[in-house]
Ligand binder design. Structure first.
Ligand SMILES: [Fe+2]
Ligand SMILES: [Fe+2]
Length: 243
C-alpha cells in the first residue's frame, strides 16, 4: 500500500485540482508495442476477462456525476471544482483508451455489457453527489490493488507501463474524491456506510479479479486489508481535509 502523504499534495483545501488535471493530461504515457514481450495463451486467458471489465468501467461519460457537480457548484460557487471534475472524467476515459489500445493489439474485443459495471453505475446514480463519490472512491481503491497486481502478473512491458500510469493517476483520484467528501461534510453514519460498501465491494469483485490478484501476489485477506487501509486514509481526508 502506498501512503497518500508520499504524493506531497500539501493542504488539500489549497490544492488546485483543475490545474493538476490540466497538467497531467499533458503527461501521457507512450504506448509503444515494438519491445512488447508477447503474452502467452495462458497469460491472455488470465488477464483479459478483468481488463475488459476495467476498460468498460473507465469509459463512463460521467453524465450523472457532472450534473450533480453542476448543481453543487451553483450553490457553492466553486467553478474550478466543476473544471476539476471534468478533468477527472476525461482522465478516466483516457484510462479506458489505454486498455482499449492494449486489447486491440491482442485482438481482444471490448465487452458492451458487464454485469458488475452495470451494478456499479446503478449504485452511483442512487445518491446525489456524495452518494456517487462514495461509490467512486470505493472503485478507485479496488483499482489500486488491481493495477498493482496486473503489472506483476505478466512480463508485458506495455501493460506494466499502462499500470504505472494508472497507479499514478488513481492515487490522486483517491485523494481528489476524498477531498470532495470533505467539502460535502462527513459524519460517522457515512463512515459506517463506506465501510459496509467497501466490504461488500471487495466480496463482490473477488470472483472477477481474484485470479489476477492472486497471480500478482494478493490473497483475499491481503486484498481486503490493503483496501481497508486505503479506505481509512480516505476517511481521514474526508474528516479533516488533509492527508
Ligand atoms: Fe481509472
Ligand atoms: Fe480513478
Amino acid at each position: 500500500m502506498i501512503h497518500l502523504s508520499k504524493l506531497q499534495l500539501g493542504e488539500l483545501k489549497d490544492y488546485n485540482w483543475a490545474a493538476y488535471f490540466r497538467e497531467n493530461a499533458r503527461r501521457q504515457p507512450v504506448i509503444e508495442f515494438t519491445a512488447e514481450q508477447y503474452l502467452t495463451k495462458k497469460e491472455k486467458a488470465l488477464i483479459f476477462p478483468s481488463i475488459k471489465m476495467f476498460q468498460a468501467g473507465e469509459a463512463s461519460e460521467g453524465k450523472h456525476l457532472l450534473k450533480m457537480v453542476e448543481q453543487y457548484v451553483k450553490k457553492s460557487k466553486e467553478k474550478a471544482y466543476l473544471e476539476a471534475m471534468k478533468g477527472f472524467v476525461a482522465e478516466e476515459n483516457r484510462h479506458s483508451y489505454y486498455l482499449t489500445r492494449y486489447m486491440e493489439y491482442y485482438g481482444v474485443k471490448p465487452k458492451k455489457k458487464i454485469a458488475l459495471d452495470g451494478w456499479f453505475r446503478a449504485l452511483r446514480k442512487l445518491g446525489r453527489l456524495r452518494g456517487e463519490v462514495m461509490v467512486l472512491v470505493t472503485a478507485e481503491i479496488i483499482a489500486l490493488s488491481y493495477y498493482q497486481a496486473l503489472a506483476a502478473c505478466t512480463k508485458s512491458r506495455v501493460l506494466k507501463r499502462i499500470c504505472r500510469q494508472m497507479l499514478h493517476d488513481e492515487l490522486r483520484h483517491l485523494a481528489f474524491q476524498s477531498d470532495t467528501l470533505y467539502r460535502l461534510g462527513s459524519s460517522s453514519a457515512q463512515e459506517t456506510y463506506r465501510i459496509f460498501l467497501m466490504q461488500m465491494t471487495i466480496w463482490a469483485v473477488w470472483p472477477y479479479i481474484g485470479k489476477v490478484l492472486k497471480a500478482g501476489g494478493y490473497g483475499y485477506w491481503h486484498f481486503y486489508r490493503e483496501s481497508m487501509r486505503y479506505l481509512r486514509q480516505s476517511m481521514r481526508i474526508a474528516r479533516c481535509g488533509s492527508v
